[in-house]
Design a protein around this ligand. Sequence first.
Ligand SMILES: [Zn+2]
Length: 209
Amino acid sequence: MSVSADLTRLIFGLFLGIILPRIPLLFFTRVLNMERELVPHPDPIPIGVPLVQRLLLMRRVHAMCWLIAILAMGIGLLILRSSPEPFAVGLVAGVAWFVLSRMVPMQMGRGFGIIPLSLIQEINNLRKPQTGCCNQQFLQWEVRAIRCKNCRDIALNLPRPDLGRIRSDGRLIGTLRTLLMDGHSAFPPIEDSVVSQGVELLGKVTEEE
Ligand SMILES: [Zn+2]
């Protein structure tokens, strides 16, 4: 068999291995309209029961992705046991990338996965916070963190993951984002960003002078 035919099958397998496990995520966040209870994208989402329910639903969608990944990995490995098929090598490599992208936590100490159960618990607790930041406390999940709408106090410094709302930038870009980011936010938490670190450093320098 020619090298180019092998290469084509390898790339096809790789492509399939990358796309297949993400199909539930693409279907539920980009094809189905899950707009019902939440405010439209990109508005901040108020902390409340609809948000907690959506987080639980997204967790189930991510679990479905895992199920397909395990199936695809199994099929790839089964084929590889009988013959060194380039398509299966690509498939296994593609799924392995999915597994790696899910196993590496975005933030240490926050649990594994895009939406860990501990995070949902934490957000559920924010519905009735122990401490109030101001007398008109209204917490909402903005792009970069959960903040109070009135006093801008940060209740939870965590960028908002993809919650399955139809994105304001359209379905095509939304689909690409899902494939590349896996539902993670493209933004770092507030103090982690290079810009805010720079601003802080500048503040220290001017204080010293
Ligand atoms: Zn406040």
